[in-house]
Design a protein around this ligand. Sequence first.
Ligand code: C2E
Ligand code: CA
Ligand code: CA
Ligand code: CA
Length: 279
Amino acid sequence: AKEKGRNSFAFYCRDMHKTQQMRLEISNALRQALENREFELHYQPKLNLHTGRISSAEALIRWQHPEKGMIAPGFFIPLAEEYGLIVDIGAWVIDESCRQISQWRAEGMAPLRVSVNLSAGQCRRDDIYTRVMKTLSLYGVESKYLELEVTESMVLHDPEQALQVFRALSDDGVQIAIDDFGTGYSSFSYLRRFPSKALKIDKSFVDGLADDIGNLEIIRAIVSVAHNLGMRVVAEGVETIEQFDLLRDNGCDYIQGYIISRPVRASEIAGFIVESERR
Ligand code: C2E
Ligand code: CA
Ligand code: CA
Ligand code: CA
């Protein structure tokens, strides 16, 4: 057992070294990616069930690595948060979203609201209010066309400060949505104080919907509370027609998921909207 212990210690040291090496490499690669413009935003449409139209889309970052190909945000965003690069990457996302909104408008497309995901670090280490307002005015974009998707865990660190910032943004017309609702520690009292116009039901509730009556009850409860607080309800990760029907019949306002569309390039979204209007 002693022998084994020593071996695993040596192993541990070597692994530590390797891990540190790898972390350094990834953090350098992320820095370079920003410089070399390797990031891209893809957009996933949300269907408004009341109008039958696509009036907004979520911006989702992609990393087009020159050798490794497309890298998903689920992999590199947590690393960027850890290495302190999320403020710069997040600033790029806000800038690129606003630039794209103004480009779509210049191309004559009907205005689309874009939802941007925020990370906790962006609230803590960046003046997010000034960043957002400056970027909107730089591109001449009206604030109502930008939505910020915020998770409950983002706010936990300093709830009072976060509430203040999001209230200020909301007062100036920027939309706030609560993302991944139901997965964190949100209490209903927090919901009431939060200046959000939309609430996104996490995919994990949508997944088991067709065969688990418990999930349907949870969704009904969330919809009821959200509507009473004046918020729209968006269901994310909707893949099947059964899920779609249940969500529509139980009061959801927007549907987002592969059943409508995967996230697509900015250039594809105009065509997609024209298609869906024709249907
Ligand atoms: P999220 O905000 O919960 O985004 C939804 C994720 O579900 C996206 O994954 C989307 O592509 C995926 N999705 C949408 N519809 C379906 C569906 O019907 N089925 C399935 N299986 N998946 C679906 P993605 O693009 O890989 O993003 C993962 C996460 O990375 C996001 O989760 C978000 O937390 C984060 N993220 C993405 N872009 C950004 C960004 O620009 N900034 C920050 N801070 N985080 C981002
Ligand atoms: Ca999101
Ligand atoms: Ca989400
Ligand atoms: Ca989610």
